[in-house]
Design a protein around this ligand. Structure first.
Ligand SMILES: NC(=O)c1ccc[n+]([C@@H]2O[C@H](COP(=O)([O-])OP(=O)(O)OC[C@H]3O[C@@H](n4cnc5c(N)ncnc54)[C@H](OP(=O)(O)O)[C@@H]3O)[C@@H](O)[C@H]2O)c1
Length: 283
């Protein structure tokens, strides 16, 4: 296999379903080494097996709740240990002390792609009827989760080696809709975090990108409508939405551009979604 992503470490948050799971399979098919996190570990177990079957050089999973700093830090410690212990990171044995051995192994390996994907929407009530717990969860995952994960994982990303931070934003970060105040606000924040990071990381060679999908059929609407799958299904009725695989393919493409190329922002919509309030639906 000739992929530039072969044997590279790729960390994906929210890998238990939707875009994250599809990305695990897609980077797996490139021969990458995967570090997968989410709260539903039994799902991660399945996705890990699928990614290995697709061709991943290695695939590991671990519980991760991006809404908690302690969980994020514990996850990144675990990720660092996987990278350091990997046979791919082995360096020739010298009498150096343990600390410098670890450092040279990190230099040999290192994280190549961080995909901040964990997140989602909860509820579709107007602000006047909004629920604190829904607002708080959306901010915790889509906004603070991206900040926490990036802060913790940055020391693992190698400088000037073509590494990337790919944040999953949304069309909702660009355009608004009734009932979407907190989610649209959260995804607009994600876009501004991405832009800020690009300034802060200037000179490191680390690329920063926001991938912003429109209507896509994953578990997103089932989560938004709290398990009401009939209501969730209506979201996609008569349209041909994006699939998780469409987005995964784009993530692989963005991460495999030559190291001097940064894709700042990609807005991806299905053809049927001409605008937020204009979605073509077949009878
Ligand atoms: N589908 C769309 O129409 C659409 C459009 C634009 C953007 N997006 C964004 O795309 C991303 C992925 O969503 P999706 O469409 O693939 O939906 P999904 O199938 O519901 O996947 C969401 C993923 O996020 C994880 N997650 C949620 N809260 C988490 C937390 N606190 N800690 C760790 N992981 C958490 C979930 O895992 P666990 O529940 O197992 O933790 C799951 O793996 C989200 O950021 C979403 O906002 C979706």
């Amino acid at each position: 296999m000739n992929s530039s992503l072969k044997d590279k470490w790729v960390l994906i948050t929210g890998a238990s379903s939707g875009f994250g799971a599809a990305a695990a399979r897609a980077f797996g098919a490139e021969g990458s080494r995967l570090l997968l996190g989410a709260r539903r570990v039994e799902r991660l177990d399945r996705v890990t097996a699928e990614a290995l079957k697709a061709g991943a050089a290695e695939a590991h999973f671990h519980f991760l709740d991006v809404s908690k700093t302690s969980s994020v830090e514990e996850f990144v410690r675990w990720a660092r240990d996987r990278i350091v212990q990997s046979p791919s990171s082995a360096v020739k044995s010298t009498p150096e002390d343990k600390k410098s051995k670890v450092q040279s192994r990190e230099a040999a390996g290192g994280l190549h792609v961080l995909i901040n994907n964990a997140g989602g929407a909860l509820g579709l009530e107007p602000v006047a009827e909004g629920k604190d717990e829904d607002w708080e969860t959306m901010m915790q995952t889509n906004v603070l989760g991206v900040l926490r994960m990036t802060r913790a994982a940055l020391p693992l990303l190698r400088h000037n080696a073509g590494s990337s931070i790919l944040n999953i934003g949304s069309y909702a970060g660009h355009a608004v809709y009734e009932g979407g105040a907190a989610y649209c606000g959260a995804k607009a924040a994600e876009l501004q975090i991405t832009r800020t990071l690009r300034l802060e990381l200037s000179g490191t060679g680390i690329r920063v990108c926001s991938i912003d999908p429109g209507l896509a059929e994953t578990e997103f609407s089932i989560v938004r409508f709290k398990g009401d799958s009939a209501r969730a299904k209506k979201t996609y009725e008569g349209t041909q939405p994006l699939t998780a695989e469409d987005i995964a393919e784009i993530l692989v493409w963005v991460a495999s551009r030559p190291p001097h190329v940064n894709i700042d922002n990609m807005l991806i919509k299905c053809v049927d979604q001409a605008a937020m309030h204009k979605v073509f639906r077949r009878k």
